[in-house]
Design a protein around this ligand. Structure first.
Ligand code: CTP
Length: 431
């Protein structure tokens, strides 16, 4: 949908917020206090910020806070102007806004937006804007996972709304889980990306060979908690999965990225991303998103074992030997297999054997994959490296073998194989 307002005076400034008009919409949740930090961040970055609040939002934080931080009067009613000097008509208002950020966005707000209801200051304002809208949901984990909410989020994605998904952590209801609004810096970074003048950090799609397809990519390793500070994990950096996600987006795919812990920045141009920690969380995220996907690229290095018990408090050091009682984590691919239907499943096989072929082919068969991408742990290949060497098999045999290459180049080669596999399975035999 929607691209930033090209008429804005400062559209080419180095700091994308400089002189841009950002409307921050605040709906009724405890995370409204974080919207105050966000306002300050936007103002400091040079944006002209106006705030629109629902009635419920005002119960959490008063308009005066936002008025003081933004330097602009806060809109709390459908019948007010957003800009002091501007006209009141929705169309004019829309033309004068470069970006709308909704933070926090409640379950109720998402439902109303999805249904096209405009019955308060925020939903009415948004109904008239033509610029990008970035939504940062915040709610209880069960509400976030509620199928109605997930359906709404999916539909809003499809309509072109941008999301900064909630994170895991302590929630206001004393519940630990997913649903906590992303931190203001994360929202700010996503907003900056949307406003970025000129070419995006990534080149625009070189080709649109994956357009119309939704690709779910998993990346990085998982961390399985031992206690509040320690975990069982592996050396995966996430580079391969992130390179695949970025390359698929450049080819026009709608990319959903589920990432374990990684120091890398989420690539630009994705439909949505979700950060998870454990294998169980990765499985849940994949279960949530697989119904929307045509292709699964399972590049994550999921930890195979997790402690049977997670200690509530930090385990004290002692001189005695210590035993960790481990149990198997869920095999994400195996769990997703019953939901495969006509989707293309691509797995990865990390091997240390000189010939990764037999083990990789066994994984192709056992996990019901269409393609398996094998890589060997070596001096310049493997989870921590910037380079990789892969062998790609389908049920008929080897389809591709590469020398050691940068992971970005490997990603392109893998996607070529994926495109071929996708084209073949959609072409009836003999056609
Ligand atoms: N995988 C998974 N869930 C797990 C472990 C692995 O979905 N708990 C997926 C990986 O994302 C990868 C494929 O299975 O796409 C193969 O992973 P790999 O680590 O190579 O093999 P494992 O199945 O873990 O078997 P092993 O460790 O014995 O080689």
């Amino acid at each position: 949908m929607k691209s930033p307002n090209p008429h804005s005076e400062a559209a080419n400034a180095a700091e994308p917020f400089q002189g841009r008009r950002v409307v921050l919409c605040v709906t009724g949740g405890i995370a409204a206090y974080k919207a105050a930090y966000l306002t300050r961040g936007l103002v400091r970055a040079g944006a002209q910020v106006s705030v629109v609040m629902t009635e419920a939002a005002q119960r959490f934080v008063g308009p005066l806070t936002f008025e003081t931080l933004s330097g602009n009067r806060v809109v709390t009613s459908t019948f007010e102007r957003v800009y002091e000097t501007g006209p009141v008509e929705h169309v004019d208002l829309a033309e004068r806004t470069d970006l709308v950020v909704v933070a926090p966005a409640t379950y109720n707000f998402l439902g109303k937006l999805c249904a096209g209801i405009a019955d308060d200051a925020v939903t009415t304002f948004i109904s008239a804007v033509v610029c990008p809208v970035l939504v940062a949901p915040a709610m209880n984990e069960h509400m976030w996972r509620n199928p109605i909410n997930q359906r709404n989020v999916g539909a809003l994605h499809a309509l072109g709304y941008h999301f900064v998904d909630p994170e895991r952590g302590g929630l206001a209801c004393s519940w630990e889980g997913e649903g906590r609004m992303a931190e203001p810096e994360t929202i700010l970074a996503a907003a900056r990306e949307l406003l970025h003048p000129g070419p995006k950090t990534l080149p625009s799609p070189a080709r649109s060979s994956l357009s119309g397809l939704t690709v779910l990519v998993t990346a990085a390793g998982t961390w399985e908690a031992i206690d509040p500070v320690r975990f069982v994990g592996n050396r995966s950096s996430g580079r391969m999965g992130y390179a695949l996600a970025a390359a698929a987006a450049r080819r026009g795919a709608q990319v959903l990225l589920v990432s374990g812990p990684s120091a890398l920045e989420i690539p630009a141009g994705l439909l949505s991303s979700r950060r998870v920690e454990s294998a169980a969380e990765m499985l849940q995220a994949c279960r949530d998103w697989l119904p929307r996907a045509d292709i699964l690229l399972m590049a994550a290095a999921v930890a195979d074992y997790r402690p049977r018990q997670v200690a509530e408090n930090k385990i004290k050091r002692s001189r005695a030997a210590m035993q960790l009682d481990l149990e198997a984590t869920p095999d994400v691919l195996a769990e997703l297999r019953p939901l495969k239907e006509s989707r293309l499943f691509v797995g990865f096989a990390l091997e240390t054997a000189a010939d990764p072929g037999p083990a990789a082919q066994a994984k192709l068969r056992d996990k019901g994959l269409d393609l398996v991408v094998a890589n060997r742990v070596g001096a310049d290949t493997g989870p921590e490296q910037r380079t990789n060497q892969v062998w790609i098999w389908n049920a008929e045999g080897l389809v591709e073998a590469t020398p050691v290459l940068d992971k970005q180049v490997v990603a392109e080669i893998v996607l070529d194989a994926v495109e071929n596999a996708w084209a073949k399975r959609r072409t009836p035999a003999g056609a």
